[in-house]
Design a protein around this ligand. Structure first.
Ligand SMILES: N=CN[C@@H](CCC(=O)O)C(=O)O
Ligand SMILES: [Zn+2]
Length: 431
């Protein structure tokens, strides 16, 4: 090799997460993650080649022997530091205007999510503001949020539309996401969520028909013309929003349009969403606070990823999803920040902390859920989510002798994260 993009050397520890090309980690395999530790004076090195892919991970002496004469665009001396894969956020709603800080006060005073929703607040409040914002205004807000995510260690994020609920605004949101895909260093998996709520003045049946017969056809045209790339289809399957039959119709129409199923289910009421998703071979189902035992079994069998969202359960004071039962039953469990105007959290370290304390996950389980399993939730586990040769060079380097400090130091990521690297390029540096 004559030249490479990045050499990181001298680290105390590198958490590889996987060692054998696993596409997801389940059960016992989430408990112990592959890692390399400094051995005496011999630290850990990682090489990213000029194609942005990881080319080698090993001890300094071995890497030095092999790459001693290679010129790198950048060398990071990581003495005393820990290296881990770029964090992957499996569920966000980051394109919107307005905020709902007043609703936070209402919820603290005792109002439930559905009470706020039925009183015309919640999603429909954000819809009004998002409809009247221009594409540029939305992009500016979105860009700022994505860059905050990067500073908290996120290198790949799932981003939904869903505050338009009619064709023009839904497409405006997807175009904003598309622009960020082209202009920003963070990687995005985009999701069409035209069925996020029933718009004012419509019935569920009318809204379902609109998504299938108006919004999806326009989306298909824009994909065909090269204006949009969209990865996933989403529906808020919930009592009083979209029932199971409407959800099934919309998800099936999404699949027919070439999208992968990644939807909201069993959040506030048991809906048998997990069973539906498993039957439809959903790539991912989010929330699942109210999943049934049969749903857990169905997801373990289908391999659909459960994207659980600790900020939502925390802010809404919901009964947490049965994360332990899901993991112990062999469900692939991932994490998402659920960033949205209800749950204003852009930080996966904070999300992992909440998962450990409130969902009783271990720190290793939380990291597996925020890396390889979150990659699986967006269909990118072949290329993302672990520090293995051939995967994209997405890294977080923290100034601590062990990676667990990133979870342990509650809200301390600003101080701990020294570098965030995307495809071998430093995209955030605290030095
Ligand atoms: N539950 C549905 N959707 C979001 C909340 C969106 C909103 O309240 O604006 C969620 O995942 O938490
Ligand atoms: Zn959501």
């Amino acid at each position: 090799m004559s030249g490479g993009k990045l050499l990181v050397r001298g680290a105390r520890q590198a958490v590889l997460v996987c060692r054998a090309g696993e596409r997801a980690l389940r059960g016992e395999d989430m408990k112990t993650l592959a890692s390399l530790e400094q051995d005496g004076d011999n630290g850990v090195s990682l090489v990213v080649g000029s194609n942005g892919l990881i080319e080698a991970v090993g001890h300094d002496a071995d890497i030095q022997e092999k790459y001693g004469s290679t010129k790198f665009d950048r060398v990071i001396d990581a003495a005393g530091m820990s290296v881990l894969p770029g964090l992957i956020d499996g569920h966000t709603h980051p394109v919107w205007a307005g905020d709902r800080v007043h609703e936070f006060a209402m919820k603290l005073a005792g109002a439930t999510y559905m009470e706020v929703h039925k009183a015309g607040g919640g999603i429909n409040f954000t819809v009004e503001h998002t409809r009247s914002a221009s594409e540029d205004e939305l992009y500016t807000l979105f860009r700022d949020r994505l860059l905050r995510m990067v500073r908290a260690g996120t290198t790949l994020v799932e981003c939904k539309s869903g505050y338009g609920l009619e064709v023009d605004t839904e497409m405006k949101m997807l175009k904003v996401i598309q622009r960020a895909k082209r202009e920003l260093p963070i990687e995005i998996s985009s999701t069409f969520c035209g069925a996020h709520s029933v718009p004012r003045g419509s019935t569920m049946e009318q809204a379902t028909d609109d998504v299938i017969n108006v919004q999806l056809p326009r989306l298909r045209d824009l994909v065909k013309s090269g204006d949009l790339e969209v990865d996933n289809i989403d529906v808020f399957c919930e009592k009083g929003v979209f029932d199971v039959e409407s959800t099934r119709r919309i998800l099936q129409a999404g699949v027919d349009a070439g999208l992968a199923i990644n939807f909201h289910g069993d959040e506030l009421h048991p809906m048998n969403s997990a069973e539906l998703g498993a039957e439809l071979k959903a790539r991912a189902i989010s929330h699942l606070e109210e999943i049934s035992d049969a749903g857990i079994k169905a997801m373990a069998d289908s391999g659909s990823v459960a994207v659980i969202l600790p900020t939502t359960a925390y802010i809404l004071r919901l009964t947490p999803p049965p994360a332990r039962k899901m993991i112990d039953s062999g469900v692939v469990v991932a994490l998402g920040s659920d960033f949205n105007p209800n749950a204003f959290c852009l930080s996966m370290p904070m999300t992992m902390h909440l998962a450990c304390v409130n969902f009783r996950m271990s720190m290793n389980e939380a990291l597996a859920a925020a890396t390889i399993n979150a990659a699986a939730s967006v269909g990118r586990a072949e290329t993302h989510g672990s520090l293995e040769v051939g995967k994209v060079g997405d890294l977080v380097i923290i100034d601590a002798p062990r990676w667990e400090h990133l979870i342990y130091q509650l809200a301390g990521h600003d101080h701990l994260i020294k570098y965030v690297v995307k495809k071998g390029e430093v995209i955030h540096s605290a030095t």
